[in-house]
Design a protein around this ligand. Structure first.
Ligand code: MCN
Ligand code: CUM
Length: 798
């Protein structure tokens, strides 16, 4: 699978000044971004391009009795009004979701959530399209909606999916994991058990750039080109081809610069299909770009898990069992974006960083009259929910036993010598050293000092209470292996194709798709490291299915674990061929050629001065190739990872809680991460900062809310609150390095660690400020009124 190599060693900043592994290379892509030369979907303009505006339902549950588009069609600049009837002619009225459900592209019979797509107006400019959409008259028969998952499972709840023959209620599926009997037995014998109910509220990834597409059907070439906001261009091409019937080689998906994805751009949305259908019918390019409220109200949401967790432990705090029960709100369609064999994503990693004998989890998923989705927003396929659950429970247990939450973690960590480790729910952790990361975080946070300060404030009845929260999380990222993980049947491998030019520079094409993560820099660094090239001489291309090798895309922090591995292996294949060319150029035997990582040069064994650079070798490959080799210097690798990678970290948050207002201030925010060998520490730091900000948003402010009539009451930035620079404290980051033993360069993913790891640390901190008065849990988002109510309840409010 991978070429043998010792690889760069932990903690040793290699790079050798050429911008290889471990160097803080400035982001290559930033030049175009900060000079206003980025190229996003809405920047694409084509001759004759039309604009699409979608007519959306004001009701959450309603039968569509009639659609009258005549007033819109009568407008000068309106070209067409499309409804489900028009799409039916082309067999495009419905589309499959990633979980094998069927979603209306335009509502055929019944609206199932507010703002669902009912009709589309195509016009010569965006204003006309919008005016036209307002003139489309839809006659609705309003039905009772149900937005809460528990209510949806009541016997008298309105049936949402009445178009499905086998669907008699709103129940979607039950799922379980672990060993129920063994877990019950452990709980029966336990000296101590604790239980806590907690909600992980509905969130939205809310990338700066909303979703959009420019579809362009070329009747001369019989080819459909779709520029779209996609985290997975190739998978989307296959799905597009399957849905439309256009052969795959006649479909080209281009994902230009993407202004943030955070999981939002993994699914396929009706707008993309409508734009493509409209272009096909009208034979002109058609652009569709969402507005903010459309994005929040209709595209893939995140979380919405109602969880009950229990721990069993011995008197001295050894955790022996964990039990969890979940009610999942999936919205109107089962459209979670995750590997198809994992209906609850990777939620079953809920044993976390701890060596727990027995674990059992059960989950029920329900349809509701809310937008579909469920997996998105920097979550590693629901590891966010799992980490939240276990890290909250550990804090509750520590309080029950009156032991320090750092000590109880230390006591239960999977010991560093136990790796590779198989968890009670079947995960194979590759490597870890949890105690080291925790110790480092404790030291950076000045933990003992704050514990004393906390006590002092309690004794002095101070106006502001102090709370200290810890989270020692474990992540699982880097799906495949292909046999376990697939999207719509396609195995989750990834790819890299490296071509070295005659003049010694190179183009690396990858199957993943950056949305801001810096792949154009970090992937070039991998090649620079492996070939002794300068990072500036390598261009990374992604996001065009006509030129890039097939890959499954960027999500689940899989780019480094999977495509990063592919890039390293492709570079090593080139290096192998380079040896043969070096031998030819240096007139030596190939077995005698050695590559020196430090200098980046190839030389004859025992004669370091008889050396040659990759640039000279590139010239040799095209101008004087050895008879034993084909001309040229390139290699491709399709990498199917043998395992996932398990990054981890320890976060410590110190908060001040105002007893008069319920406001929470961050005193200290320490994040120690371990993502194995690090490619670019500066980019990693940026990833951590961004994810911690989103973790603060999650814990403190963000929620998509609905009223009982199914109206989205949190569907715009007035009501869906994102943190700004004002709410973000100074982060102190640190790291440890525990390489992945199976990854060619020892790297693990990191893109989601901070959002996964930080919410429980923050909630643990706020709760901790009130633990002495008996508060065991505070629900997110912890707005001042929520916190104040808890203060009031236990007599701490002023
Ligand atoms: N990296 C590194 N060394 C490592 C691990 C990672 O230098 N040991 C670098 C990578 O090379 C890459 C970045 O850190 O440039 C993130 O890498 P990785 O963890 O592999 O994650 P992905 O590139 O697959 O990104 C996906 C991840 C996910 S799933 C979400 S959601 C998210 C996130 O990244 N969305 C983002 N971070 C985001 N950052 C931005 N700016 N925009 C988004 O939409
Ligand atoms: Cu779960 S959000 Mo990211 O995997 O694209």
């Amino acid at each position: 699978q991978h070429a043998e190599d010792d690889g760069p060693q932990p903690e040793k900043h290699c790079g050798h000044g050429r911008g290889g592994m471990g160097e803080e290379v400035s982001r290559k892509e930033d030049k175009r971004f900060i000079t206003g030369r980025g190229n996003y979907v809405d920047d694409i303009k084509k001759p004759g391009m039309l604009h699409c505006e979608i007519v959306r339902s004001p009701h959450a549950h309603a039968r569509v009795k009639d659609i009258d588009g005549s007033r819109a069609e009568a407008m000068d600049d309106v070209v067409a009004v499309l409804t489900a009837e028009d799409l039916l002619e082309h067999d495009l009225a419905t589309m499959p979701t990633l979980m094998d459900d069927t979603q209306d592209v335009l509502v055929n019979d019944k609206v199932k959530f507010q703002s669902q797509e009912v009709a589309a107006v195509i016009a010569k400019d965006r204003y006309a399209a919008k005016d036209g959409a307002e003139r489309v008259e839809v006659d609705y028969e309003v039905l009772d909606p149900v937005v809460d998952a528990a209510d949806a499972l009541e016997e008298d709840a309105p049936l949402i999916r009445d178009e499905l023959d086998d669907q008699e209620d709103n129940h979607i599926f039950d799922w379980e994991t672990g060993d129920r009997e063994a877990t019950e037995a452990v709980f029966d014998d336990a000296a101590v058990t604790i239980e806590e109910d907690m909600e992980y509220q509905r969130l939205h990834p809310a990338p700066i750039e909303t979703c959009g597409a420019v579809a362009d059907w070329d009747p001369g070439m019989d080819k459909m080109t779709v520029h779209m906001t996609s985290q997975a261009p190739h998978a989307h091409r296959t799905l597009f081809s399957q849905v439309s019937g256009i052969p795959e080689h006649k479909v080209r998906i281009v994902s230009p610069d993407v202004g943030g994805g955070f999981g939002n751009k993994v699914p396929i949305y009706p707008g993309y299909v409508v734009a493509a259908a409209a272009s096909y019918v009208l034979e002109e390019p058609v652009k569709w770009v969402e507005e903010r409220s459309e994005n929040i109200q209709t595209t893939g949401f995140a979380r919405d898990y109602d969880m009950t967790g229990e721990l069993a432990a011995t008197e001295d705090g050894e955790i022996t069992g964990v039990k969890v029960d979940v009610l999942a709100n999936h919205g109107a369609y089962n459209a979670a974006a995750q590997p198809s064999k994992f209906p609850a994503g990777f939620f079953n990693i809920f044993t976390g960083s701890y060596d727990i004998e027995a674990a059992y989890g059960s989950l029920t998923a329900a349809f509701t009259n809310t937008a579909p989705g469920g997996v998105a927003y920097r979550c590693s396929f629901r590891v966010t929910e799992a980490v939240y659950l276990i890290e909250r429970l550990v804090k509750v247990l520590a309080d029950e036993l009156d032991v320090d939450p750092a000590e109880i973690r230390r006591k239960n960590f999977i010991p560093s010598e136990a790796f590779p480790y198989e968890s009670a729910t079947g995960w194979n952790y590759d490597s870890g050293d949890y105690e080291k990361a925790l110790d480092k975080a404790l030291e950076m946070a000045d933990y003992d000092h704050y514990r004393e300060e906390q006590q002092r404030r309690i004794e002095e009845d101070a106006d502001k209470l102090l709370g200290i929260g810890i989270s020692s999380f474990t992540e699982v990222v880097g799906a495949g292996p292909g046999k376990q993980c697939d999207i719509a049947g396609i195995e989750m491998f990834d790819s890299a194709d490296l071509r070295v030019n005659p003049t010694g520079n190179a183009v690396l094409r990858v199957g993943v798709q950056t949305q801001g993560q810096g792949h154009e820099t970090t992937f070039a660094q991998i090649v620079a490291e492996e070939l002794g090239m300068d990072v500036d001489s390598i261009t990374v291309e992604h996001g065009d299915t006509d030129t890039e090798p097939y890959g499954l895309g960027t999500y689940g922090s899989r780019s480094t674990p999977v495509a990063g591995a592919a890039a390293a292996v492709a570079a090593r294949k080139v290096r192998d061929k380079a040896k043969s060319i070096a031998a030819n150029e240096l007139e030596a035997a190939e077995e005698d050629i050695e590559w020196d990582r430090e200098s980046g040069e190839f030389h004859v064994a025992g004669a370091p001065d008889r050396s040659i650079t990759i640039t000279e070798i590139a010239a040799g490959a095209y101008m004087n190739h050895p008879d034993s080799e084909e001309p040229g210097l390139e290699a491709t690798n399709y990498y199917d990872p043998p395992e996932m990678t398990y990054p981890f970290g320890s976060y410590i948050v110190v908060v001040e809680v105002d007893r008069e207002t319920g406001e929470v201030d961050f005193e200290k925010f320490v994040a120690v991460d371990d993502c194995g060998n690090r490619i670019n520490p500066m980019i990693i730091e940026g990833q951590i900062h961004g994810g911690l900000a989103q973790g603060i948003g999650t814990a403190m402010m963000e929620e998509v809310t609905y009223d009982d009539n199914g109206n989205v009451t949190g569907g715009d930035f007035m009501n869906y609150l994102l943190p700004t620079a004002n709410e973000i404290p100074n982060f102190e980051t640190g790291h440890t390095v525990t390489p992945s033993p199976h990854h060619p360069i020892g790297a693990k993913g990191v893109g989601e660690s901070p959002t996964v790891g930080s919410p429980p640390a923050i909630v643990n901190a706020v709760t901790d400020a009130m633990t002495h008065a008996g508060v065991s849990h505070v629900e997110m988002p912890m707005t001042p009124d929520v916190v104040w109510e808890h203060l009031d309840e236990v007599g701490l409010a002023q």
